[in-house]
Write a protein that binds this ligand. Sequence first.
Ligand code: HEC
Length: 159
Amino acid sequence: MNTSLFNGLFFLLLVLLTLGLFACESGPESPKGFSLPQGDIAMGETTFLKYQCLACHTLDGVEDESVIKVFEQPVRLGGRYSIVKTYAQLVTSIINPSHKLAPRSIHLESVVTEDGLSKMPIFNDVMTVTELVNIVAFLQPKYKVKPMQYTQYHHYHIP
Ligand code: HEC
């Protein structure tokens, strides 16, 4: 391939990538402007155990012998190959589990209901927002997702 054609294609690729980025950034459905307060990782682990997430999940470095396992093949949380790639997706997968099923679970019939919904319970009526924020803070580093831009609180100076 000659250099100018290569350069042309490379430029085109850059333009497409840029457009792709902007496409995700705009529109009422975009997660732009979404922000939760900074969570407490240690409290997040406590909450993770409290709601017995390990009944259906595995998470590297976290065990709880007292929990009764629901699935023969639990859904692994964290790691590189999960569908969850952003902070917003991590929050979504907890407050709206059927929104997008983890790719591996599509093969595991037993983790979805006959209607194709996630068997993951909806915790929204029992889990407080603080607990959610803490759980997400705890899980986020296990996912290698891009860290969230937290709300910056500035001190107001009254002149
Ligand atoms: C009764 C079983 C069950 C329990 C309990 C459960 N989950 Fe799930 N969860 C699932 C199933 C099944 C999936 C995979 C299908 C899907 O994506 O919804 C899933 C998916 C997820 C995902 C996305 C997985 C990925 O990597 O893409 C996250 C994050 C998650 N669960 C967090 C939690 C947390 C946090 C708790 C505890 C508060 C919890 N789950 C409790 C069944 C469960």
